[in-house]
Design a protein around this ligand. Structure first.
Ligand SMILES: NC(=O)c1ccc[n+]([C@@H]2O[C@H](COP(=O)([O-])OP(=O)(O)OC[C@H]3O[C@@H](n4cnc5c(N)ncnc54)[C@H](O)[C@@H]3O)[C@@H](O)[C@H]2O)c1
Length: 248
């Protein structure tokens, strides 16, 4: 893992930090010496991680479908730390639902968690974002390859790109950067439990330029870069972390 000395002491907010890529990012920013305030609706997982990291890791139980809980979380962090240096919208759900079976409620719920929550955290954090702050929103490789049974998810992930590009313009004059990360297929515990079969591993090794499977800490490394001053001239961009799955 690279070290970015300037991240020590910075205040970093991460949604969905109890598991998967979010957990890897909580750990990575913690190693840099940052103060990491992360939320999740997985209370047991969040508390366990905060306890293991001890100092400089603060967990708050938040259901990102609820505006009031988002408002309270961000207001609490801003009050405690004064300003926010990094905001990472990571939490999302990716259910597989055949298109004909997607109900309006499925559609609305997924948009509420995967996109409305991103808008709400950005809006609530905006007055507290420090000069030079970095916002990172999670999109997905699926917006290029459009897999079956994920139409709503893919629509939310395309929305995250639009939101981020527009915010990059709007917040740029305050020297705030807004970028997205689009992970390829990342071997999180949940993906391995629910979706990744030996056949999928073989297929990924064949189609990616680099055949190794993608790991959560590798996405976290890119988030560190986008949060650091090393990427101070990068805004409005989408960084694919997919070992060249989407190539050409
Ligand atoms: N893992 C992959 O292969 C992959 C690929 C492309 C994009 N992504 C994106 O990366 C991000 C992280 O994915 P992951 O695979 O680590 O997910 P994950 O399911 O392993 O973890 C997501 C976390 O978010 C939390 N969460 C979900 N909805 C929430 C809500 N309403 N309120 C509070 N917390 C909530 C969950 O409890 C969980 O801890 C997501 O935006 C996802 O779309 C992941």
């Amino acid at each position: 893992m690279a070290t970015y000395a300037e991240l020590a002491g910075r205040t970093v907010l991460i949604t969905g930090g109890a598991n998967g890529i979010g957990q890897a990012m909580v750990e990575a920013f913690h190693v840099q010496g940052a103060t990491v305030s992360f939320c999740d609706m997985d209370e047991a997982g969040g508390k366990r991680l905060a306890k293991r990291l001890a100092k400089r890791a603060e967990f708050t139980k938040v259901n990102l479908l609820r505006e009031l809980e988002i408002k309270r979380w961000i207001a609490k962090v801003a009050k405690r730390h004064g300003s926010i240096d990094v905001l990472i919208n990571n939490a999302a759900r990716d259910p597989r639902i055949k298109f004909e079976d997607v109900s309006s409620k499925d559609w609305d719920d997924l948009f509420a968690g995967n996109l409305r929550a991103y808008f709400l955290t950005c809006r609530e954090a905006s007055p507290h974002l420090a000069k030079g702050a970095s916002v990172i929103n999670f999109s997905s490789i699926t917006r290029f390859n459009g897999p079956e049974e994920m139409s709503t998810y893919v629509a939310t992930k395309a929305g995250a790109i639009g939101l981020s590009r527009s915010l990059a313009r709007e917040l740029g004059s305050r020297r705030i950067r807004v970028n997205t990360i689009s992970p390829g297929w990342i071997m999180t515990d949940r993906q391995l439990d629910e979706h990744v079969t030996p056949a999928i591993k073989r297929e990924l090794r064949k189609i990616q330029c680099i055949p190794d499977l993608n790991q959560p800490d590798e996405v976290a490394d890119v988030a560190l870069f986008l949060a650091s001053d090393a990427s101070r001239a990068v805004t409005g961009q989408d960084i694919l972390v997919d070992r060249g799955w989407r190539h050409g």
